[in-house]
Structure formats: structure tokens, C-alpha cells
Design a protein around this ligand. Sequence first.
Ligand code: UTP
Length: 288
Amino acid sequence: MKISKCVFPVAGLGTRFLPVTKELAKEMLPLVNRPIISYGVEEAIASGCGEIIMITGRAKRSLENYFDRSFELEELLKARGKMELYEEMIKISNMAEILFIRQREPLGLGHAVLCAEPVCKNEYFAVALPDDVFVNPDEPVLSQLIKVHEKMGGSVIALEEVAPENVSRYGIVKSQFEIEPGLHKIIDMTEKPKLEDAPSNLAIMGRYVLSPTVFEILKDQQAGAGGEIQLTDAIKTLCPREPVWGVVYNGRRFDCGTQKGWLAANVKLAMDDPELKEVILKIVASRS
Ligand code: UTP
């Protein structure tokens, strides 16, 4: 069956961006003039997922507003003859069917994914963590995963080879074999291991295609690393029961959940725009 649903867990507190995230949803931080979340949603749509499920928390109202109509603004833009901007605003609110589900307590990513069960029920579904932004990939990363699911069946996770000093920041997988370059059969994984305990340097990034069996697993799962209900632990339990594939994706990722990654993504996008590029180059040249 085609993958049509993509779950966006966005209920996290965004502590790495405090104090701005005290009031502003991390996913609404701008990458030049568009919020981080819009990149993930556009990627999901381009990958064939027209049904978006956002798992939100108390401080995330702005996400609902962003994807909703804004009649006052639309009328004002029309009255002022700013038709291009008007069309753009309409396009955002018509982008996809978006359903919002509240995660009442931020108990972890695994728990957030479990909140999507009433909607995804018995079908395979995609998960996208919006912090991971892929700027202009040749093919959307989610689409690369969905293609593997369509060919091989089972669940699929996005992998990236990381430097040794970064291994302890991620979920790290153990590959049983590489069936073709960059496509691994996964037999085990561990969340944020010490370098000496890590089974590889293949790190799990924020795109998944998951079997509905993970819901059953998550229901009985205890809190893991950091006292949170971890998605990695659930996929680890899934591994001996059903096939789990790992794809080393093509594309450049920016971790916009960190200040450095967010800044780098902004610089990259600005450098791709002739006018903004001039601004950056001037600042760099003057070193001030
Ligand atoms: P992170 O580990 O990045 O946590 O969550 P965070 O709260 O967003 O940010 P920091 O670490 O405090 O700065 C990974 C993803 O899981 C979601 C987050 O919104 C993010 O997309 N998440 C995490 C939830 O939806 N609910 C949770 O309980 C925890």
C-alpha cells in the first residue's frame, strides 16, 4: 500500500534554543523567510504524503496558525494589490491536509509517535523530524526511503555516516549486511552510545518509514535514555520481528535543532540567493 501519511513529532521543548523557545516554537524559527517546519512539510508532500499529522504541545499554536487561512492578511494583501504574496499565503494554507494531535506531556519521541496511532492504525507511515532540514536534495530524502519500502517491504530508516566524535549524539545502528551500496539490513541499534560501545558510525537521522507494529511495541515500552520513551528502542525491538532497512541517503542535512546547524542552514540559503549572498560576503570581507 502507498505511504500517504507523514507524522511530524513537534511537541519537544526545544531547550537548546532557550530563551527564544520559551515563547516561540522551535519549528517556527526562520530559515531566511520561511519557518523550519515548511521544509519538512514540503518534502513530505513531494514524497507523496498528502496527509500530515503533527504531534504538538501547548506552546505550538503558531504551527496551527501558520498552516491555516489568515483572512485579514489575505484581504489586506489583495486590497494593496500584492497579488504574488496573496497567492503565496493561499498556497501555504492549501498545502496539505494537516491534522493536529496534542501530546499532553513531552514523554519522548517514541511517545509522540504513539500519539499518531488513532490515525495511522494498521498502515505503514512516514515520520519526519523537522529539525533535520535537507536543502535542495536531488530527490527528497523521504522519497528515497519510500522507494526502498516499496521495493523491499518492511520499515526503513535514514542513515548518515558520522565522525567518531559525534557518535554519542545519535542513535547508532548495527548492520547485518549491505545488500547494495548504502542499503543495510539492520539488526540492532542503540541510542546515544559511548564511542567504544557503538556498533558502527551509521547514525539514524530524522526520517523513517515505519510498520504499525511499532505502535504495539511502544504501548508496552519503558522510558530509556534521558528518561524518555525512545523511538530507537521501539525500532530495536522491531528488528528481530520484521525487516528494518537503513538507507544512507543522498543529500546535505542541516541540524536546525542546534544553533550552529540553524545558522549554517541560514548562511547556505542566503549564499544561494544572489542579493543575500552579497550581504554575507560583505560582512565576511569586513570581518565585522
Ligand atoms: P529533541 O530531542 O530534539 O528534543 O526531539 P526537543 O525538545 O525538540 O529539543 P531540545 O533537545 O530540548 O533542544 C526530537 C524530536 O522529537 C520531538 C521534538 O519536537 C523533535 O521533533 N519530541 C520530543 C516530541 O514531539 N515529544 C517529546 O516528548 C520529545
